[in-house]
Design a protein around this ligand. Structure first.
Ligand SMILES: C[S@@+](CC[C@H](N)C(=O)[O-])C[C@H]1O[C@@H](n2cnc3c(N)ncnc32)[C@H](O)[C@@H]1O
Length: 271
């Protein structure tokens, strides 16, 4: 049973490894977003909902020894992983704050850059979440988010039980108090906080059974369908049918998987 405020997808070794692989599969897209934002040496960055800190470490590579990176994350398990990685690299300018973005004690008007990847879709009150984060941004600073517009998830050939998967995942997010279409709402929320949106770009991955995109999706479905059954979102029979169709298509060299859309959103806080 998930406790109140507990992260929907869990904080454990298996989820950490899934997040590591996910980071690798989507890295080009996130790196391209950091390039467009123009993350610079010396910047002070906050990685909100950092998980194990894979993007915190990428940001540390960009800001160098004169910058600083703060990872904000509720899970001690993930923060301990980041502490270990950071000390193995001999870094002294990665800081961690344990807590939720809505309540964390953050320095005010401090950060040049706040990054939030795959977090806001899980948050029950995104307005409160963003308001607290934007207060930590210096005037002229940039906040950037990457998250789902949960459309596009599909499998070719059509007509298998997998066609029902998008509805199940959307229901799974909603069952945790989140919103699978949050990226449609974020520009409006940012505007109300005096953040001018400067970049809004949808991204999608696709590929056959041997592709990274396929492997990424397979890890999510096999890892999370049991939880969907437990929550009553799908029957055991329904979940078995999806897994069966997924593995059958894995042997079809002409099958194609399309990921859901992930949107890059960046905005600048008015001076
Ligand atoms: C899907 S993971 C993404 C981790 C990381 N941002 C990445 O892209 O690899 C979502 C993370 O958000 C964290 N999280 C959930 N709700 C949060 C909140 N209200 N404030 C801060 N972090 C939160 C979870 O603990 C989890 O580590």
């Amino acid at each position: 049973m998930r406790k109140k405020n507990e992260y929907l997808l869990g904080t454990n070794e298996a989820e950490l490894e899934r997040l590591r692989f996910q980071h690798w599969v989507w890295k080009k897209i996130t790196d391209n977003f950091f390039d467009r934002v123009g993350v610079k040496e010396g910047w002070k960055c906050l990685d909100a909902g950092s998980g194990p800190g894979f993007t915190s470490m990428d940001l540390r590579d960009r800001v160098g020894t004169n910058g600083e990176v703060t990872a904000l994350e509720p899970s001690e398990f993930y923060l301990n992983f980041l502490r270990g990685e950071s000390s193995a690299k001999g870094w002294t300018n990665i800081d961690v704050i344990q807590g939720r973005a809505e309540e964390a004690d953050l320095p005010q008007r401090h950060f040049d850059f706040i990054f939030v990847r795959w977090v806001i879709a899980f948050v029950p009150d995104p307005e409160k979440f963003l308001k607290h984060l934007v207060a930590a941004l210096r005037p002229g600073g940039i906040i950037a988010l990457q998250d789902y517009w949960y459309e596009g998830l599909s499998l070719y050939p059509r007509g298998t039980s997998f066609d029902g998967m998008p509805d199940l995942v959307r229901a799974y997010y909603r069952a945790g108090g989140g919103d699978p279409y949050i990226t449609g709402k974020v520009p409006e929320l940012l505007r109300k906080l005096k953040v001018r949106v400067t970049d809004f770009k949808p991204n999608q991955l696709a590929g056959g059974p041997q592709s990274d995109a396929w492997a990424w999706a397979g890890r999510f479905f096999t890892g999370h369908l049991p939880a969907m059954v437990q929550k009553g979102i799908v029957t055991q029979q329904g979940a078995d049918a999806i897994l069966h169709d997924w593995s059958t298509q894995q042997n079809n060299q002409d099958a194609l998987f399309f990921s859901p859309i992930v949107v890059d959103i960046a905005g600048e806080l008015s001076a």
